[in-house]
Ligand binder design. Structure first.
Ligand SMILES: [Zn+2]
Ligand SMILES: [Zn+2]
Length: 237
């Protein structure tokens, strides 16, 4: 619940910092590691959410749980979904989540639908020939603003490199999106949740099958290793 002094709307940076902290906690939860919600809450308020109260941050986390649920993703057990997420906030959270590598959080039953689409639209505008540098430690919440602008460039640049072909199996993207661009997904070879970097040397464009293979198959380790052989820009981390 927002206090009166917090009447100002949340900025994209604030929302993204919340989403990043949320996904970090969810990764920890899914790998059975301990974390304290109160500590994460405090860290956020010492950094990018300095204008917000503890209860306000807590409520935002419940909003994220609700959106995760709507998207067919697992959510943090300790954050009960807030049922009344405003459409505006809900859509903005959804948009931010779609830019993240969220495949590992997808519930088994919904994995075939609701895939997040990366668009090649911006990738097709020839604005960069050199590989963007990217982010070594993308989990640092203090760099939310910088990361946001750069992260998009990484996504776009990697998709452009793929030229519409999956970098795992070399097949053409399975379909074209409504805007006519090939559908592929970005995967971080060393997962962001394992502190992998958000750099071209750690990101590949994959078809949905190869992407799921990286996360869920019995040969996921082998398959991941094979990516380093196939995609020369990758550097093991
Ligand atoms: Zn593939
Ligand atoms: Zn992935």
């Amino acid at each position: 619940m927002d206090t009166p002094k917090e009447k100002t709307g949340w900025s994209d940076q604030e929302l993204e910092a919340s989403v990043d902290a949320y996904l970090k906690m969810l990764s920890l939860e899914q790998s059975n590691q301990t974390f304290k919600k109160a500590d994460e809450n405090r860290l956020l308020r010492e950094g990018p959410l300095s204008k917000r109260s503890a209860s306000s941050v807590e409520y935002r986390m419940q909003n994220i749980s609700a959106v995760m649920e709507q998207m067919g993703l697992n959510h943090i057990v300790g954050y009960v979904s807030a049922k009344n997420v405003g459409t505006g906030i809900g859509n903005r959270i959804r948009k931010i989540l779609a830019e993240k590598d969220i495949e590992a959080f997808r519930k088994e039953t919904t994995r075939t639908s609701q895939h997040f689409t990366y668009r090649l639209l911006e990738a097709q505008t020839p604005q960069f020939d050199d590989a963007p540098e990217g982010i070594l430690n993308p989990n640092q919440t203090s760099s939310a603003t910088i990361r946001y602008s750069r992260a998009r460039r990484i996504t776009d640049w990697v998709l452009k490199q793929s030229q519409g072909f999956c970098e795992g199996c070399n097949q053409a993207a399975p379909f074209l999106c409504a805007d006519g661009l090939p559908y592929l997904e970005i995967h971080h070879v060393k997962h962001l949740a394992q502190k992998g970097s958000d750099r071209p040397s750690n990101a590949v464009a994959l078809c949905p099958n190869c992407h799921r293979r990286c996360h869920h198959s019995t040969d996921k380790d082998q398959f991941t290793l094979s990516l380093y052989g196939k995609v020369t820009r990758l550097i093991p981390e």
